[in-house]
Design a protein around this ligand. Structure first.
Ligand SMILES: Nc1ncnc2c1ncn2[C@@H]1O[C@H](COP(=O)(O)OP(=O)(O)OP(=O)(O)O)[C@@H](O)[C@H]1O
Length: 602
């Protein structure tokens, strides 16, 4: 029994929390929605009363028109409030949803590292709490759950009001009808929500559907070139059908099990009709009261109707629990956007001391016993075969992951003990898959030093990267919006985007970040820009520690030191000429890249 009490209490608490989510929408829309709900809730009992007045007026020696007008107005109000409720509920649900989505994004961005993003529990919770899901013919979200809870609350209030009015004539009948109606509602609700619950457990199936629909946009060019449209549509259809199939399979038995509830409802309907009717026949209930009682009974029974709200609420409760789990895990992490400004401190001495690292969930380590020193102000190139761990090393250095063995020190201090925000404020990174911010050219460069916008410095950084804001590619100069999907936006070629990303890094450098990481910085550049890259970019940041990751040995050959990674360790290190003399892996790579040109030359 105490268990049952606890369950009811937690159910009520959760329902109240759902209602409180409405506060995330604007107060005007929420108040409007409550007002319309209130109208819709009081209309049925008032309509019953007005109908009885109409009957009374009909039987009077001089029929009055007013009750008819009142009844007409009430019916109209009921209709209008129904329509208005739909529209307002949609607006409020969308706003709540937008606010929850933004909260989830903040939670996802809060942790210092990025390991959690690869965790499937995290992915499921983030998807469940922030995304719309469609099932049983309509989309559901935490927003629609909150508005659905409001609908149920007012529907119950309306049923209670009808019960109270009916009880004035037939107290036993009124209470009995209410009890049966609530019981039937709870049975039907339990059956349907059990179905919804089992269907909700299929987030995994949905992931493939999401992935494929995203692929249709992201891979649009490749899909056309290879003529994969039919293949993709087939895969999408298969995945969508596979995720929808359980819905129909599981819905049918639920429908079959509900036969007895229909029977009980039929018995109640007969009682609701028979009891007042027999009183009317016996002459103890006038005709006008008979009409009122019948309409009140109908309005009371509206509570048994299973609208979509029950599914929305069930989905929303799952979403809210998912949001709770995310908040519990990440809510205490430092808030996003508190990255300290670059301090302009000197380039650091960095040591990888016997570092081992395995990705979460992976069975093979990327590094085992990696030892490497990065001296202040030097340019170190990292080379190695695909999968050798170059990008992983960069992520460890940025503190996005922590070594599973050994440590990384910065001027002698263990990186794990340093404030990650303060550390990152000293680093500038150009990742292989750098971000193309949907904003102006200026923002795309100056975002690497938030709050320190200087147009001259932005232009200088762009020029050092090989670009120019006077280029026709930027019709509005620094104000050009680099977002082809938006109004007045333009898109750039891969190489132009890379120049913008390099400029972002150089801007970060002038703003005081003295450890620069460039992961495949020349991948999209043409030959002349690539040939110019070292002189133009790397030499322009002398005095800064630069880590250069590239497969293009023409890009890395001028580095102060070249480090070849292999089998999770440093296999070779030295200058370009030292490594050629060593005649090891690097020399072999170099010959492989140079040979075709030498051949051609010969
Ligand atoms: N998020 C991840 N989860 C699990 N394993 C990963 C992850 N990212 C990379 N790996 C694995 O770690 C190893 C090193 O990958 P990394 O991207 O660091 O190599 P890389 O040298 O930069 O490769 P490339 O030259 O192809 O860019 C690879 O075996 C890769 O499959």
């Amino acid at each position: 029994m105490p268990q049952a009490g606890k369950a009811v209490r937690s159910l009520i608490v959760e329902r109240i929390r759902l209602l409180r989510l409405l506060g995330r929408s604007s107060s005007g829309a929420t108040l409007g929605l409550c007002a319309v709900h209130l109208l819709a809730a009081v209309t049925p009992p008032l309509t019953a009363y007005a109908a009885s007045l109409v009957v009374e007026a009909m039987n009077a020696p001089r029929p009055a028109l007013v009750p008819c007008v009142v009844l007409g107005v009430l019916l109209l109000v009921g209709e209008i409030s129904d329509q208005g409720r739909e529209g307002l509920a949609h607006v409020v649900a969308m706003r709540v949803e937008a606010s929850v989505r933004s909260a989830v994004r903040r939670l996802a961005l809060a942790p210092d590292g990025i390991g959690h993003l690869e965790n499937s529990d995290f992915a499921d919770d983030a998807m469940r709490s922030a995304d719309r899901d469609s099932a049983l013919g309509r989309s559901r979200s935490l927003g629609s759950a909150a508005t659905g809870q409001l609908t149920i609350m007012f529907r119950v209030l309306s049923a209670l009001a009808s019960t109270a009015l009916l009880a004035a004539y037939f107290p036993v009948l009124a209470v009995a009808l209410l009890v049966v109606a609530l019981f039937i509602r709870s049975v039907i609700r339990r059956q349907w929500t059990a179905l919804a619950k089992s269907l909700d457990a299929r987030a995994q199936d949905q992931r493939m559907v999401y992935y494929l629909s995203e692929l249709a946009v992201r891979g649009a060019a490749e899909i056309r070139v290879f003529g994969l449209g039919d293949w993709l549509a087939g895969r999408f259809r298969g995945a969508a059908f596979a995720s929808a199939a359980p819905t129909w399979r599981r819905m049918w038995p639920v429908l079959r099990r509900q036969w007895w509830t229909v029977l009980v409802l039929a018995v109640c309907a007969v009682a609701a009709l028979a009891v007042p009717a027999s009183a009317a026949l016996a002459g103890t209930l006038p005709a006008d009261r008979l009409v009122a009682c019948l309409l009140l009974a109908v309005s009371l029974f509206a509570i048994t109707a299973m609208g979509q709200e029950a599914f929305d609420i069930e989905y929303g409760l799952h979403a809210m629990r998912a949001l709770d789990r995310l908040t519990d895990r990440f809510g205490t992490a430092a808030a996003v956007g508190v990255v300290p400004r670059p301090t302009g401190s000197a380039p650091p001495l960095i040591r990888f001391e016997n570092v081992g690292f395995t990705y979460p969930g992976a069975d093979r380590p990327v590094f085992a016993g990696l030892t490497l020193t990065l001296r202040p102000g030097e340019t170190v190139a990292l080379v190695g075969e695909n999968g050798a761990g170059k990008t992983t090393l960069v992520k460890l250095l940025c503190g996005l992951y922590r070594p599973t063995v050994g440590r990384i020190t910065v001027d002698g201090q263990d990186l794990a003990t340093m404030d990650p925000h303060a550390w990152r404020a000293r680093i500038g990174v150009l990742f292989q898959d750098f971000i193309r911010y949907p904003s102006t050219l200026r923002d795309n460069i100056a975002l690497s030093a938030p709050g320190q916008q200087d147009d001259d410095a932005v232009r200088a950084a762009l020029r050092a990267a090989g670009g120019d804001d006077r280029d026709p590619a930027f019709p509005a100069g620094l104000d050009t919006r680099l977002w082809a999907e938006g109004a007045d936006g333009v898109d750039l070629s891969g190489g132009q985007w890379q120049q913008v990303a390099i400029a972002r890094l150089l801007y970060a450098r002038q703003a005081g970040r003295h450890l620069l990481v460039l992961d495949e910085p020349t991948a999209h550049l043409d030959m002349s820009a690539e040939a110019d890259f070292y002189r133009r970019v790397i030499r322009s940041v002398s005095g800064t520690t630069a880590i250069l990751v590239s497969h293009r040995l023409s890009t890395v050959r001028h580095a102060d030191r070249i480090v070849l990674l292999r089998d999770g360790q440093v296999a070779e290190r030295g200058t370009h000429s030292e490594l050629l003399t060593l005649d090891g892996g690097y020399a072999r790579f170099f010959r492989l890249q140079a040979e075709p040109f030498q051949e051609e030359h010969r």
